[in-house]
Each structure stands twice: as structure tokens, then as C-alpha cells.
Design a protein around this ligand. Structure first.
Ligand code: ADP
Length: 530
């Protein structure tokens, strides 16, 4: 018999709005909140990035004696602190200044220039997590995320054993926060859920590095982290977990194919065949991303209703125009009009600037287009050549294109969502994508790649079977395909008739919150405890 707490521990590298590099941060911040609200006992474990976590967001209650781990010959001490994030989310902070007290989460330029010691940094997170369990009690479930959380399953197993906890009889309700803190159950280690947010980042290192991260050598095997002679953090994470989820149903299918599988499609296919791979759509925090109350935008949406239609469309038009004027004035951009006197549509982009996002092809579409009829605001950081291309475009089309590259700017991102008419997200693959969900919440019409979560969330105006279209989906991402899609939206915007207005209100009505998916996670947690 072991003693467990009836808790679920989320483990990951980011947690918005404390610390965020991308969509993983949004999920780590919003899903636990919803599960807590529904009565579950959740804690979030993240590294203590002292430099980047705003002090007023965390409230540290307890500091525990330091733990120790050997990385090869070198001993490292680390601290454990517990408290609350944003007032009410229980957190565990793994403190190790050498590894975590830095300027960025994964490295500069949105992680493109990754820190060379990320493997050691996230091994530290895994060891810190297991140590915190020894101090605070073992949770029933560990829900760990992405390759940076991919070392957690091995450390849990080497610490608590291979045998998974099991609740005899009905598991339902056992994770309820109101239940007594400790429960006796059969088994030795927590059940492990692993979520893949992006298969494109696998944490691949030389196999020799295996011996320096405090993992049992038995995990240097193709049934764990070894992958064709390399160390692969994501592979081991999924092989050693009880169930693997990914962040949209379409992506769950795509990653079992060679085109999207990044070399792990075979592994994922067999997980799927065994019923151990599930696609659960992410949601966004509808309270945080709310055009009616958002404190970071210049004008809030002035509507009482939660359902939008052609009757209240004018409020949306007003909302867009006012926010556009405020944004343009802040960016010193003039508002341009087209031949019929209508203000040109504003295309917004808030994105990591990496190959997969298709922004390079988007920029080429504009370069190839003689006098393109849009204004564009781009916020993003990533690859040098894409940043450079965006900056060059904004230099030669000073009045039409504004590019803010190389920086992460939460406030500006909100202002772009609020002001843009069209939100462009021409991703070549997109596990789920949160930016399009946020953009729809702020009444943007979407131009997106027809892939992964974009396929699951954007209703395509070109699909005659779709009832309430919210954008346009592009089959193949290349400059011509993107130009075609933008032109289709441009024509509808300029006509300013019911077709465009419906696109705006349909988008705003989509509202991708967490409620449905949180329920799916709840039942998954109970299923693996049985
Ligand atoms: P990914 O996780 O692949 O980066 P998602 O669409 O899932 O893409 O999530 C991106 C999130 O990061 C969104 O919340 C988006 O607003 C935010 N974001 C991306 N780049 C920036 C930036 N430079 N400044 C502010 N927010 C950004």
C-alpha cells in the first residue's frame, strides 16, 4: 500500500500568463483553472524562471529543504517552493538558478536559438517534480506536456516503480478536491498522461547525453528514449506514459502518417491502434480573452448579448474600427482606403516566425502582388530570414505594413486581435493553434492552412456543406494559394454585404472555451485510474 494525494499534477515548461512562449503556456494556464473550478484537485509544476515571472503573479507560501541530483559526476542542488499563481492556482516551483534564471524560456527568438543545455534544464524539472512528490505526497495523476515534460515519466518510474496506481471499484469522484487528502490505493506510482502540443519539437540530443541527466540507463532503449541512435525526449515521454493525447482530433490522425509524423509516425500509429492516443481539442480562457472586458485593448466591445447576429453586427464594425484607429495611431500608420472609399482590410499576424507557420510564404504572396490591397500588422519572432523579410516588406511599404519582430509583446498581441479584420495563419501543420481561436473571439475572419486544429476550428467558406463559415482554408501553403485566399476574403470585405458580416459574427460566435474538452480530460483521468 502506498499513500497518495487525490491530486492531478500538471508538469510543463510554461504557464500563461506567468510565463509563456506559445500555445503550451496558454493550455497550462487555462485547463487547470477550468478543472479546479469543476472541483478537481490540481497543481501545476513549472520551473522557477525568477527573471521572467512577474512577482505579483505568484504568492509563495512554503519553501522546502533543497533536493539534490547528480548529472553525471556533477551534483546539483535545487529548491522546491509551493504557493499560488494568479491568486488561486496551486503551484510547485522548481528552483535552480543556474538552469532557470534566464531571459527566455527555451532560448531567444521564440526558442529558435535554443539554450544548448535544455536537456539538462528539463531533466532538472523532472527530478524536481519527483522530489516534490516525496515531500508533498504522490498525486494520483501526473499530466505532463511536450518533450520538455518528457523526462518526467522516466523519473517517476525510477522513483516510484513501474506499477501504476489503481482505484478499486468506481474511480469516479476520487479526484474531487472536497475528498479527504490521502487515500490508500494499490500500486506504486501515479498514472501518467502525456500531451503532445507539437511533434516538431522532440528534444533530440546525442545518445551520450543520456548518462548525464540522472536517468536510469535502462531507459536508453528503443522502448523508451533511444531513437535510431539518438536521445529523443518526446519519444520516451510517450512510450513511458499510460496514455498520450494530442491537441486536436485531426492532428491525432495526421501524426500517424509519414508526412506529419516527424519520424515518430510508426510509434504513434501503434499507440493509436492500442487505443492509447487521443485527440482532444484545446480551448482558450474565455475570461482572459474577452473583447468586452479586455483591459489591454483600446476599446471594448459594447454589447450585452453573448450571441451575435446581423442585428448587432454594427457594434462589431465599430469595435474593429475604433481599435484599428487606436492601433494605427500608436504605430504611426495612416488608415488607407480602397477605390470605393472603404477602409482597406487589416490583416493581423501574431505568430512564432518558423517554417511551419507559413509566414515566409505569406510574405512572398505580398511581395508578388502588385500593390496589394491590405494593411498588415505582424507581431512575431523566430527565424532570422523570416524576421528580415517582414522588416524589409514594412520598409518598402511603410504605410501598409508594420512589423514588430524579435519580441514577445502580450499587450500588442491583444491590440492586433482587436483591430484585425482578417487573421492570417497559413500553417503547414498546426497541432491545434490557439491564435485562430483568440482571433475568432475578437471577430476576425480567418485565412488558415487546412491542417490539424485549424481544420477542426475554422469553418471554410468554400465548403458548401458548412453552415456558419468563419474563414477560408488553404489546401497547399504556397504564395499563390495564400494570395488566392486573401483575395477571396478581400472581395467579400469590400462588398461589405451580408456575406462578410456573417463571417464576422459567425467567427465571434464560435467561442472555443474549455468546457467540453475539460470533461473529456476528466473522464480520461478516471479511466486510467481503473
Ligand atoms: P504555437 O504554440 O505553435 O506558438 P498557438 O497558436 O498554439 O501557436 O499559440 C500561440 C500563442 O502565443 C497565442 O496565444 C499567441 O497570441 C501568442 N504569441 C505568439 N507570438 C507572440 C508574440 N510575439 N507576442 C505575443 N504573443 C505571441
Amino acid at each position: 500500500m502506498s499513500e497518495f494525494n487525490n491530486e492531478i499534477w500538471f508538469v510543463g515548461a510554461e504557464m500563461a500568463p506567468l510565463v509563456k512562449a506559445g500555445g503550451l503556456g496558454d493550455v497550462m494556464g487555462s485547463l487547470p483553472k477550468v478543472l479546479l473550478k469543476s472541483g478537481m484537485n490540481v497543481r501545476v509544476v513549472i520551473p522557477y524562471y525568477k527573471n521572467i515571472i512577474p512577482k505579483n503573479f505568484i504568492d509563495i507560501k512554503e519553501v522546502y529543504p533543497a533536493g539534490k541530483v547528480n548529472f553525471g559526476e556533477i551534483p546539483f542542488e535545487f529548491g522546491i517552493k509551493t504557493g499560488f499563481a494568479m491568486g488561486d492556482i496551486p503551484i510547485v516551483l522548481v528552483e535552480q538558478n543556474h538552469f532557470f534564471n534566464r531571459e527566455d524560456v527555451y532560448g531567444s527568438h521564440g526558442g529558435v536559438c535554443a539554450y544548448k543545455d535544455n536537456l539538462w534544464r528539463y531533466a532538472m524539472l523532472a527530478h524536481g517534480t519527483a522530489y516534490a512528490m516525496r515531500i508533498l505526497g504522490i498525486p494520483l495523476i501526473v499530466h505532463t506536456h511536450d518533450w520538455s515534460g518528457g523526462l518526467v515519466p522516466a523519473v517517476i518510474k525510477q522513483t516510484f516503480g513501474d506499477k501504476k496506481v489503481r482505484i478499486e471499484g468506481e474511480a469516479e469522484g476520487v479526484l474531487n478536491a472536497k475528498l479527504g487528502r490521502r487515500i490508500n490505493v494499490k500500486g506504486l506510482r501515479p498514472a501518467i498522461v502525456f500531451t503532445i502540443h507539437n511533434l516538431g519539437y522532440q528534444g533530440v540530443y546525442g545518445i551520450d547525453d543520456f548518462y548525464d541527466i540522472g536517468l536510469d540507463f535502462k531507459y536508453n532503449s528503443s522502448s523508451a528514449y533511444e531513437h535510431f541512435g539518438t536521445f529523443n525526449g518526446l519519444k520516451g515521454g510517450m512510450k513511458l506514459s499510460d496514455v498520450v493525447t494530442t491537441v486536436s482530433p485531426t492532428y491525432a490522425g495526421e501524426i500517424t502518417t509519414p508526412e506529419f509524423g516527424f519520424g515518430l509516425d510508426g510509434e504513434l500509429k501503434s499507440l493509436g491502434n492500442n487505443g492509447r492516443l487521443k485527440g482532444i481539442l484545446n480551448g482558450i480562457d474565455l475570461d482572459y480573452w474577452n473583447p468586452k472586458t479586455d483591459g489591454l485593448i483600446s476599446y471594448n466591445l459594447n454589447l450585452k448579448e453573448d450571441k451575435y447576429n446581423l442585428k448587432n453586427y454594427n457594434e462589431w464594425k465599430d469595435f474593429k474600427l475604433k481599435n484599428k484607429k487606436a492601433l494605427f495611431s500608436a504605430l504611426s500608420m495612416p488608415i488607407e482606403t480602397g477605390n470605393n472609399g472603404n477602409v482597406l482590410p487589416l490583416i493581423g499576424i501574431v505568430s512564432r516566425l518558423t517554417e511551419e507557420k507559413g509566414i515566409n510564404e505569406f510574405l512572398d504572396a505580398l511581395f508578388n502582388w502588385n500593390d496589394f490591397p491590405f494593411q498588415v500588422v505582424i507581431l512575431g519572432s523566430g527565424r532570422d530570414y523570416i524576421e528580415g523579410k517582414a522588416n524589409y516588406l514594412s520598409k518598402i511599404y511603410r504605410d501598409k505594413v508594420y512589423a514588430m519582430t524579435g519580441s514577445y509583446d502580450e499587450a500588442l498581441s491583444h491590440k492586433i486581435y482587436a483591430a484585425a479584420d482578417i487573421f492570417a495563419m497559413p500553417s503547414k501543420f498546426e497541432p491545434c493553434g490557439l491564435s485562430q481561436m483568440i482571433a475568432m473571439r475578437y471577430g476576425c475572419v480567418i485565412a488558415a492552412g487546412d491542417t490539424g486544429g485549424l481544420h477542426d476550428t475554422v469553418s471554410d467558406i468554400m465548403d458548401s456543406g458548412v453552415k456558419n463559415p468563419s474563414g477560408i482554408l488553404i489546401d497547399r501553403i504556397n504564395p499563390d494559394g495564400i494570395a488566392w485566399a486573401l483575395n477571396e476574403l478581400y472581395n467579400r470585405y469590400m462588398a461589405d454585404g451580408d456575406e462578410w458580416r456573417n463571417l464576422v459574427v459567425n467567427s465571434a460566435n464560435k467561442q472555443f472555451g474549455w468546457d467540453d474538452s475539460a470533461k473529456v480530460y476528466e473522464s480520461l483521468y478516471y479511466d486510467i485510474l481503473k
